[in-house]
Design a protein around this ligand. Structure first.
Ligand SMILES: N[C@H](CCC[C@H](N)C(=O)O)C(=O)O
Length: 325
């Protein structure tokens, strides 16, 4: 579907403890969270589980599966130091996601946890997704402090894409554009930082607002690729507060690319400094904006669990069509 998936390729090493060896060879999933934004990592070197949109939906199901906002599938080829590591990102509804600030940070920590070696030294390395390359760096492994660069966002209607009210393609800047959602006449700033985002400045971002208006903006006819949505309050020039509704995953306690989108939009609107704390219900991250607009996200990531699917669930997952092996 999106490239060759190697089978179980773990190599027993004389220096490995039995527990480390088992974890490397036969672990179906690794679960991580970043401020309550949770992803299941499926590493094709540790399991031969097929990964398809249907398996992603089942794994992410909070009642019938493991539960997560999305899945990170990778590495898609054996990782080598100095070479970008390819991986695929999925939302909990099974849709593909170009880039996830938190998912990438979790995967970086996964490589350090599982493979150690050069991945755990704190030196930067590069992860590759369908949205391009992202540099990552583990600042403090014990504290789970991980940084990712999301590049320069694009504020361009054709790139998102954003349509006019009449359905024709819009052109030009997406800074402070009018958007009508039912009875609401909003002024929003849309951008692409690997994913499409729409930042909505409000007096008071609340979970209720995100859950109510979020899906109506995410699925608005003017965004044919849908959009992630951030309800933003500028608390000060150094502190932003957001509530997030994610395309493909719904209401989220936190989102890395959303935090970056909010900071990029606020900066372009002249509302904040080059370094801001972005507060979300699950916690805070730091976003820094370079002079050329490129964005760096820093925050905490934690491993939650490692494990195997029970045979009955595994049988269901194996039975899904269009399996990639
Ligand atoms: N749902 C999103 C991506 C979510 C990424 C988010 N979890 C992050 O941490 O950046 C999409 O389809 O564009």
């Amino acid at each position: 579907m999106y490239g060759a998936v190697p089978g179980r390729t773990a190599r027993p090493g004389a220096a490995l403890s039995p527990a480390t060896y088992l974890r490397r060879v036969m672990t179906d999933f690794f679960k991580y969270q970043a401020l309550g934004n949770d992803y299941v990592v499926i590493d094709p070197r540790s399991t031969d589980l097929p990964v398809t949109p249907e398996t992603v939906r089942r794994v992410c199901d909070r009642h019938f599966g493991i539960g997560a906002d999305g899945v990170v599938h990778g590495p898609l080829t054996d990782p080598r130091p100095g070479v970008p590591v390819p991986l695929a990102l999925f939302n909990s509804d099974g849709s593909v996601c170009g880039r996830s600030g938190n998912g990438l940070r979790m995967f970086a920590l996964h490589l350090a946890d599982r493979d150690a070696g050069s991945w755990a030294t704190g030196e930067p390395f590069t992860l590759r997704t369908s949205a391009g390359d992202s540099p990552v760096r583990i600042l403090d492994r014990a504290a789970g402090a991980v940084q990712v660069g999301l590049g320069r966002p694009v504020f361009d209607a054709a790139a998102l894409p954003l349509l006019n009210e009449d359905g024709t393609p819009a052109e030009g800047s997406t800074l402070s554009v009018p958007l009508t959602v039912g009875e609401h006449r909003l002024t929003v700033t849309a951008l692409d930082n690997g994913n499409p985002h729409t930042v909505v400045p409000v007096d008071e971002p609340t979970p209720e607002l995100a859950r109510d208006l979020g899906p109506r903006i995410a699925g608005h006819a003017r965004f044919p690729h849908r959009t992630n949505v951030q309800f933003l309050r500028v608390a000060s020039r150094d502190v932003l507060e957001i509530e997030v509704y994610e395309r493909g995953a719904g209401y989220a306690l936190a989102s890395g690319s959303s935090a970056c989108a909010a900071a990029s939009a606020a900066r372009r609107l002249g509302l904040c400094e080059d370094r801001v704390e972005v507060r979300m219900p699950g916690g805070s991250v730091t976003v820094t904006l370079a002079a050329d607009g490129s964005v760096t996200l820093t925050g905490e990531v934690r491993q939650v669990a490692t494990g195997d699917f029970a045979p009955a669930l595994r049988a269901l997952l194996d039975r899904t069509p269009e399996a990639v092996r």
